[in-house]
Design a protein around this ligand. Structure first.
Ligand SMILES: [Zn+2]
Length: 264
């Protein structure tokens, strides 16, 4: 097909030539698409605004002779201008888009991922919740969308659903109560496993466990609808980040950048 109409969010941009851009767009119809924005770096170009990072828009695409799609028309739905007003929000949105760019695939419809990215960007732009809360929820929910969700409903050792203290085994995605953890022969945050590699563990209070269970099980539009006590914000952000990054097997430059501007 030589023409396509897709709706999506701009994840990344790469300057090309004097006035062009290559854009990585997460679309509802075809997952990630790499498309060409001809002349869009010119202020007078009609597609200039809709081809900025984070923009959510409908794009009319035409296939060129080389087989690459270029943007012929665009209709902007949301520019997320409020994300650009401070470096904390801007760097966080960049992190969300870099992670989404890494996990998304081409030629594969991915509405849950697009919905998660959009809900996260809307929340960050709205500035009604602390960014650390949005960040932790995004990371944990993304693990769930990718099928990497931890099992948080009960202790993997004895089946207990409530305990004074839990530990999350990040490698296995399993929860252990303090008693079962003691039976495994340690109480340290990092231990040697089979003498070969260290096993990352995070302490999880029942309160934090409750928040994490909610984020994973909530409806797609509701996963941010919880209040996070201030004393839990740092732990929530940290455990979600450790879990996601461990399972993706990498870090992200935009996350390091975000940490320069955020308190958590
Ligand atoms: Zn147990």
């Amino acid at each position: 097909m030589d023409r396509e109409t897709v709706t999506g969010v701009v994840l990344r941009e790469y300057a090309k030539g004097d006035n062009d851009k290559l854009l990585s767009i997460l679309t509802a119809e075809h997952g990630k698409m790499l498309v060409l924005g001809k002349g869009v770096r010119s202020l007078r170009n009609k597609n200039m605004v809709a081809t900025q990072p984070f923009c959510f828009a409908t794009y009319m695409l035409t296939k060129s002779k080389s087989g690459m799609y270029y943007i012929s028309e665009s209709e902007l739905h949301e520019a997320f201008f409020d994300l650009r007003g401070d470096l904390c929000s801007l760097s966080f949105a960049s992190y969300v888009c870099e992670v989404a760019d890494h996990v998304s695939v081409e030629d594969s419809e991915d509405v849950p991922l697009l919905r998660l990215v959009l809900n996260t960007l809307f929340a960050a732009a709205g500035k009604k919740r602390p960014t650390a809360q949005i960040k932790g929820a995004f990371e944990l929910r993304l693990a769930s969308v990718l099928g990497l969700s931890p099992e948080l409903s009960h202790c993997a050792g004895c089946g207990s659903t409530d305990a004074p203290e839990f530990w999350l085994d990040i490698l296995e995605g399993e929860l252990f109560c303090a008693d079962c953890m003691a039976k495994r022969g340690h109480g340290e945050e990092t231990v040697e496993y089979s003498g070969e590699w260290s096993r990352p563990l995070c302490p999880v209070t029942p309160e934090l466990c409750e928040v994490m269970r909610f984020v994973i099980s909530a409806e797609p539009t509701r996963f941010l609808s919880f209040s996070l006590p201030e004393h839990l914000a740092a732990d929530f952000s940290s455990v979600s980040e450790r879990y996601l990054l461990h399972h993706l097997g990498r870090g992200f430059p935009t996350l390091d950048y975000y940490k320069q501007f955020s308190k958590l």
